[in-house]
Design a protein around this ligand. Sequence first.
Ligand code: HEM
Length: 161
Amino acid sequence: MLIAGSETTVSTMCAFILNLHHHPHVYKKLLSTGVDETYFTAVIKETLRYTHPFPNFLPRIVSTPVNLASGLVIPVGTEVSMNSYCVLRDTGVFGEDAGVFRPERWLEEKEKVARMDAFNNIWGFGPMVCLGKPVAEMELAIAMKEVCLRPAFGMARRMCR
Ligand code: HEM
């Protein structure tokens, strides 16, 4: 619980700050909207997608045989997993610019966003989905809004340019 709940959230906070330093136009836009809820949420979602704190495998044990289109059958008891990093950078889902940090993608056409949400495994899926999601979202919202609005953060960003 300690590792699941602290390392992930702290890494995401560091990534949020780093992404704003590397993409000053996003930081500028955030400030120009007065850290508006809609754009802020898109920046958080893009941070979790682009710099996911859990970019490794999410393993599962097959409980009923799975027939693949190729004819291959995955037997019961086999461990299968998906690589979060690859899923979250899939150009077929997130667009040709999946390798780019662009929060605006989360504010585009409804169908496109619904498809991205369906593949968005930042919190995992199913019965083992992250238990701390509401806590993490609350922590990120409170802490990162505070960071954005601090004049010292703007100064530090300018010094790093
Ligand atoms: C940005 C922050 C976080 C991210 C991205 C994250 C992501 C994840 C992911 C991907 C999993 C694996 C889910 C799966 O196998 O399908 C997981 C599991 C878990 N997370 Fe988080 N997590 C975050 C924060 C937290 C926090 C703050 C807590 C606790 C307060 C927490 C508690 C847990 C627990 C207990 C599990 C294991 C659930 C189970 O196996 O039943 N997480 N998390």
